[in-house]
Design a binder for this molecule. Structure first.
Ligand code: IVH
Length: 706
């Protein structure tokens, strides 16, 4: 046997045993025997560098990425799933599916589904070219994700090479997750070294996938399951609306399987891990039985699941139903009902938010609920507490569904201590002592002191957070110390911090039992934080806009504004009118930006940030990258004739607000022609080309229902 043949044989053998171990959980050989195969391969590859390949199992863990992850565009948007929270909602889904199909093909009756467990992990899209893994990307916002290939390659359940016979370019989607055991092990290790604990396996998986060091990722023990194949039409990425027309089994697969069940079998035959408990169900009753069965059985699984994903089995029927801009109409996630427990409410405390809103929360006797230990829960607002008559000392019913923050449902009156008294909102802010106010007609109490340290604390936490300026290490406890020592009095002061200043401070982490551990910050950590602060100066403009914490301006709005205005100066100079003319920016957001910019203190902050060296302009890619979003995204309409209920401008504004475009002439690509009174030749053209026409009533329905 030539070295080349032996190398090939070893690679196949190793993959075979990886699959037995990591996919099937049923190894055929002992670990030492596996290690021996690996060593032999390493040795042969070292002796024959010309035969080395990056797709060899010896090369799973590559070098550390220097900078962050590149942004990649998905060939087809990664849609999400609609949810059903009860059996009735699942019945309603089945009804919608059957009615939708009956309208299209006149065939009512039972419809076959595939039920799969919903894996509580992180969405992932793999690209294989000629059978070789070339890319792994996170879902991101559905259109753009992060290229995390180097980390994906370390997941031993994922083949670097598919079994023979898979040609061309294919995208496979599924979920990366952290098995419960690995999660517990990681948290134990983190506790020992005083690192903050991960709240649940999903957070740990998400955090791990975004780690820049593949060697660390390899040690964490991530795994994956796959459930979808999408073909990649060559050329430009598709718009959401076009994507909705595409079936999920690829256009460039020569013969795609006709059913979802056979797709899953196909994925498995290629060597990909598929969650094995899926079932084909002949109709609604079988589906319901599957969901009921897994309600308790799910605890026996080695991964977290928060429901069952129900998918229409017939691929042809899926295309008939299509998708909305967010969800396929042929699938739904049935969520297991929230878990409830009773525990003692030790104390009702209040939290002062970034905007000064004072919100009560419950401090609980720790209780284990849906896989985590819960010691705090939300309590909405003071009115709600009064209405439910929740008192300190009560035994309360607590609920937690999936990733939702636990909440107090109400007191168990029969177990109320005799000395419990109704709760009252404190009269003064617990942080600065200013009197609390409740504006007329609002439910929320506020601290109106503009220099309240609690507001600054929350504001800074937001500014530094991963989704805003992404300054790793600048978290709650460090910020609290900086404020306490008056080392920081606004966001711009962050940029004056030095490693020497930080090195003397302490960091706090919370153990699983709620106890806090204090550690000195140390020079190495201090230097890391300062490097992060420095790096954040060159962040994309939208991160700065979002980080400022302007009311109602979320990540998406910040991205839209950055793309539309290109610089903070241009944004600051924009009138409410100009703001409102921006795609997706309505009057409330426009007003909010304007009034924030009109506040002299805020303008001064912007100047100080500029002075500190924070970039205030968008790079050209940032301006170009933003794809329209909204229910009408990707659709183009043409208007003809006069509408009775609105002007032409108003109609255009309504379409654009929902992400659609308005064009001047009709073509085959036009999504619809809106026909008012006395239409012109455009209506005729639409008829000729078979473009859908909407009268005013139908148009109003579109813009109101979307
Ligand atoms: S199918 C277009 N199947 O749940 C349909 N998703 O809440 C794409 N998920 O984004 C999704 N297990 O990340 C599907 N068996 C499963 C799943 C699953 C987990 C995730 C997926 C999706 C999210 C929606």
């Amino acid at each position: 046997m030539t070295p080349a043949d032996r190398i090939e044989e070893l690679r196949r053998l190793i993959r075979h045993h990886e699959e037995r171990y990591y996919v099937l959980g049923d190894p055929e050989i002992a670990d030492v025997e596996f290690d021996a195969l690996m060593r032999e391969l390493e040795q042969l590859e070292a002796e024959h560098p010309d035969l080395a390949s990056e797709h060899s199992p010896t090369r799973r863990v590559g070098g550390r990425a220097a900078a962050g992850f590149a942004t990649v565009e998905h060939a087809l948007p990664m849609l999400s799933l609609d949810n059903a929270y009860s059996e009735d909602e699942l019945r309603a889904f089945d009804d919608r599916v059957r009615r939708g199909l009956a309208a299209a093909v006149q065939a009512a009756g039972e419809v076959a589904y595939v039920a799969e467990l919903k894996i509580d992990g992180v969405s992932i899209a793999l690209t294989y070219e000629d059978g070789l893994l070339v890319r792994g990307a996170t879902r991101g916002d559905g259109v753009h994700g992060e290229d995390v290939t180097s980390n994906i390659r370390t997941i031993r359940a994922i083949p670097l090479r598919l079994r023979d016979g898979v040609a061309s370019r294919i995208e496979i989607r599924g979920e990366v997750y952290l098995p419960r055991k690995a999660f517990e092990r990681i948290n134990r290790e983190r506790e020992e070294i005083g690192e903050p604990l991960f709240a649940n396996p999903r957070n740990a998986a998400a955090g791990t996938l975004r780690n820049l060091d593949p060697a660390l990722v390899a040690k964490r023990g991530l795994s994956a399951f796959f459930y979808q194949v999408v073909g990649r039409p060559e050329g430009r990425p598709l718009q959401r609306s076009e994507a909705a027309q595409q079936s999920d089994v690829g256009a460039d697969l020569q013969v795609g399987p006709a059913t979802h069940a056979s797709t899953l079998e196909m994925l498995r035959s290629w060597g990909l891990p598929v969650e094995p408990h899926w079932r084909r169900c002949a109709g609604l009753e079988e589906l319901l039985a599957f969901c009921r069965g897994w309600h308790d059985k799910r605890r026996t699984l080695e991964f977290d699941t928060d429901g069952v994903v129900v998918k229409l089995d017939s691929v042809a029927n899926r295309s008939l139903l299509g998708a909305t801009s967010k969800f396929p109409r042929w699938a739904i996630a049935f969520k297991f009902p929230a878990e409830q427990k009773t525990t003692r409410l030790k104390k009702i405390d209040v939290n002062v938010g970034r905007t000064g809103a004072v919100t009560p929360f419950a401090v609980l006797e720790p209780v284990s609920l849906a896989g985590t230990t819960v010691s705090m829960a939300t309590l909405h607002n003071a009115d709600d507490i009064a209405r439910k008559d929740i008192r300190e000392g009560d035994v309360v019913l607590v609920e937690k569904a999936g990733d939702v923050i636990p909440r107090v449902i109400g007191p168990v009156l029969s177990r109320r201590p005799s000395d419990a008294v109704p709760w009252q909102m404190p009269a003064a802010c617990p942080r600065c002592g200013a009197a609390l106010h409740r504006p007329e007609g609002e439910v929320v109490w506020r601290c109106e002191n503009t220099s309240c340290p609690a507001k600054l604390q929350r504001g800074l936490e937001h500014f530094a957070s991963r989704s805003a300026m992404n300054i790793e290490g600048l978290g709650e406890s460090l910020i609290a110390q900086l404020l306490e020592r008056r080392l920081v009095t606004d966001y711009a002061d962050v940029y004056g911090l030095t490693a020497e200043t930080l090195a003397g401070l302490t960091s706090t982490s919370v153990r699983a039992d709620g106890r806090e551990i204090q550690r000195r910050f140390g020079e190495k950590n201090a230097a890391k934080v300062v490097a992060q602060i420095e790096r954040s100066k060159t962040n994309a403009l939208w991160r700065v806009i979002y980080g400022l914490g302007i009311r109602h301006i979320g990540e998406r709005a910040a991205q839209v504004l950055a793309a539309a205005f290109g610089s903070l100066d241009a944004l600051a100079a924009a009138s409410v009118d100009q703001l409102q003319r921006t795609h997706e920016i309505g009057p409330v957001l426009a007003e909010s930006v304007r009034s924030w910019m009109d506040e002299p203190r805020n303008r001064a902050l912007v100047e100080r940030l500029r002075h500190a060296g924070v970039r205030m302009e968008a790079a050209p890619e940032e301006r170009a990258r933003i794809a329209p979003e909204g229910p009408l995204a990707g659709r183009t309409y043409v208007l003809t004739g006069t509408l009775a209920s609105m002007t032409r401008e108003e109609a255009i504004a309504a379409i654009e607000r929902l992400g659609g475009n308005v064009a001047g002439s009709v073509s085959r690509k036009t999504s619809g022609v809106i026909v008012g009174a006395d239409p012109g030749s455009k209506a005729e053209k639409a008829r000729e080309l078979g473009v859908p026409m909407l009268d005013e009533a139908a148009f109003l329905k579109v813009i109101r229902s979307e």
